[in-house]
Design a binder for this molecule. Structure first.
Ligand code: FSX
Ligand code: SF4
Ligand code: F3S
Length: 392
């Protein structure tokens, strides 16, 4: 358990009611809130504020619009593998209008949206999923006779916060792929002002939940970068936290799907992995609450940069990534066989520091090289045992 203020809440009746409602044990609920607070990079003690807010604050009304997309964002939010996450999302927000989940249809649905907006004027959260076609006056996407452009502007006018969920709503994503026949754009471009963006195709539900919980607990959205992305989730490259990074540093690559390197879990850089130029927390948050390895690279699939504008849906899948922060050499020596020695932990720390890695990057590189050394030791031991077998 994180701290004494959080522990004291264990006896709080509001926590008891909330954890019962969610089907969690009290300590499990508090631990989850502590994890959310830590993931948000909040200072010590803020976990108690998060737990109290989730347990007792009035849920913000959410109006959720759908435009050009596949509904994968909603699917990833509300069909999480682990039922707790789905329950929590629906528990911290009041989903008053959602075009694909709504039982109501036609005029009834439109009335419900207008009522939710009027009842919560100035206080609701507008979530937009999908890109907005802007060519020819926006005629390529209409809901209830209104263009996506008009609907977005109408709903954003009285919203307390606007969240663009998924890469489509963030900058256009997949529908904006060249030649972008309908002029698909992101929400910020259509509104002409910055909004919070949670890119990813689909985005990680934890990043949405954490953003909403921040709004609930502190009345404001979390700090964002110049693309509107919450810094707690998008400030580090995938390559910095990737479990295969030791192989990258040691020059061990899969070069074809199914080859020996691929089967051994080597780095996917040469298969077009865009982790070195994509900012997201996929390697640390994972997907589906289904345990280790449940993310694209963990499953042997190169990251295609779905959350990075100018990478996902723009660069060819097998094109080599531009390695940001750490420029690798043109040739990748096999450290074990060819050079017979590996880099030291000290040199890893210097490399990361020189490269200006984000906070924690040095530790990550050092840790990965630690793993790399273990792998080298294992290879040496295997080679030595082979020699002994031959001699025998
Ligand atoms: Fe789909 Fe959402 Fe991709 Fe787009 O996610 S998962 S096409 S980001 O808007 O529904
Ligand atoms: Fe991981 Fe891709 Fe970087 Fe290799 S290139 S370490 S697979 S993020
Ligand atoms: Fe997307 Fe790459 Fe993460 S493809 S889900 S940003 S690992």
């Amino acid at each position: 358990m994180a701290n004494s203020s959080l522990l004291r809440l264990e006896g709080d009746s509001r926590i008891a009611v909330a954890s019962d409602r969610l089907g969690m044990r009290r300590r499990e609920f508090l631990q989850f809130c502590a994890t959310l607070a830590a993931g948000l990079g909040l200072p010590p003690g803020a976990d108690a504020a998060v737990a109290e807010a989730v347990a007792s604050k009035k849920r913000p009304s959410v109006i959720w619009l759908h435009f050009q997309e596949c509904t994968g964002c909603s699917e990833s939010m509300l069909r999480a593998e682990h039922p707790t996450l789905e329950k929590l999302i629906l528990d911290v927000i009041s989903l008053d209008y959602h075009e694909t989940l709504f039982a109501a249809a036609g005029h009834q649905a439109e009335q419900a949206r207008k009522k939710a907006m009027a009842d919560n004027k100035g206080g609701y959260v507008l979530v937009v999923e999908g890109a907005i076609p802007t060519r020819d006056g926006g005629i390529y996407c209409k809901v209830g006779g209104q263009t996506a452009i008009a609907l977005t502007r109408e709903c954003a006018a009285d919203a307390a916060a606007v969240i663009a969920i998924g890469s489509c709503a963030s900058w256009g994503g997949m529908p904006a792929t060249d030649p972008n026949p309908t002029g698909s754009s992101g929400v910020a471009a259509v509104l002409g002002k910055p909004v919070v963006t949670i890119p990813g195709c689909p985005p990680n539900p934890y990043n949405f939940l954490s953003t909403v919980v921040h709004f609930l607990a502190f009345g404001s959205l979390p700090a964002v970068d110049d693309l509107g992305r919450p810094k707690f989730a998008y400030s580090r490259l995938i390559h910095e936290s990737c479990e295969r990074r030791a192989h990258f540093d040691a020059g061990r690559f899969a070069v074809e799907f199914g080859d020996e390197g691929h089967r051994k879990g080597y780095c996917l850089y040469k298969l077009g992995c865009k982790g070195p130029e994509t900012y997201a927390n996929c390697p640390t948050v994972l997907f589906g609450d289904a345990g280790a390895g449940t993310w694209p690279i963990g499953c042997g699939c190169p990251c295609f940069g779905c959350s990075e504008q100018g990478v996902g849906f723009s660069k060819p899948l097998h094109m080599l990534a531009k390695v940001k922060n750490v420029e690798p050499p043109q040739q990748y020596p096999r450290i074990v066989e060819e050079q017979g020695m590996g880099a030291t932990l000290g040199s890893a720390a210097i490399l990361a520091a020189v490269a200006g890695a984000a906070a924690g990057g040095t530790a990550m590189v050092a840790r990965n090289l630690g793993l790399s050394h273990k792998a080298e030791e294992a290879e040496r031991a295997k080679a030595a045992s082979k020699t002994t077998e031959t001699e025998a």
